[in-house]
Design a binder for this molecule. Sequence first.
Ligand code: TXA
Ligand code: MG
Length: 348
Amino acid sequence: MDTRIVCIKPDAIDEKTIAQASEVIKNAGLVVFPTETVYGLGADATNPAAARKIYAAKGRPSDNPLIIHLHSPEAVEPYAYTTDTFYTLASALLPGPLTVVLRAKESIPKETRAGLDTVAVRIPENPIARALILHSGVPIAAPSANISGTPSPTRAEHVISDMSGRVELIIDGGDCDIGIESTIIRLHDDGGATLLRPGRITEDELIPHLSYLKIASAVYDKLKDGEAVISPGMKYRHYAPKAPLYLCDGTAERISDYIGALSGKRRVAVIAYEEDARAFDKIEGVRLYSFGSRQDSLFQAHLLFDLLRRIDKEGFDEIYAPLPDKSGVGLALYNRMIRAAAHQIIRL
Ligand code: TXA
Ligand code: MG
């Protein structure tokens, strides 16, 4: 398939290009588009054939459901059973990087929701995404626009490399602001919720609008054998670079001693906070990548997937990174990084 690539600036949206992209969506085609979190691989969520094309293009298992993207909270009504809590959350936090899982209506085909009786809804903030949804006149189903298992795409070059030849159109809208996928919660009928995937919207921002917030154990840990899966995406290896990634829990000095003692024949990349960089100066042959300042988890979220992709291109044998702290946006980093590392944590 020939893939057309068009450029749109978020602050000067070209209506003609948006109209062309919505034609592709209405004709059951695939359009890669930017959101404020990561790039999405979009298709008409109400069309089963279009939804199937998404799974094929990504190489995604068909039991892992898709998020549907809408323009406003009211636009959710034909597709899911909303609750008062949904509208309270929406008026405080949406449009924005929050996805809410609700009971689905029949108008969303089982292909889109992978057979579940719920559907994940998201109202993005990125103006290009919003214009595309509005012009298409249908909810747009969109997972992250990466090949399944690889780091999510946060820059146009990532989607051009993963999706060329697999989709009709790629909209290059520049770098994604946030760089890490939306926070996902499952809303319950009693006004409480379960956090399924942490993101830029933190627990502290959600709690005032909910009667309680539980954290799904898979947010922190590996699923145990036989454990019920409440969000199918939890069980797959994710965000993984080609070289094995190890997360180190310890002071920069101890991490540096550990890496220094490894065989000099291995090509090693080290991701380190700015404040710790000097601890690694003394190790010969190690390539150092800055993860920004230790406290700046927003910056780290913005950088993470691009950094993993850049490191991949250089062809290292091993990658070492600090185990992030779990507070605030740090929980989203922790959640993505333990998956990227296939839960390999070195305690030092
Ligand atoms: O920021 C984002 O959310 C991006 C942009 C493109 O909007 N999308 C995204 O989609 O990250 P995806 O498919 O890569 O991740 C969605 C996750 C998957 O782990 C999936 O299992 C889960 O959401 N999910 C989707 N529908 C669900 C449902 N009904 N119940 C529980 N989990 C669901
Ligand atoms: Mg994804």
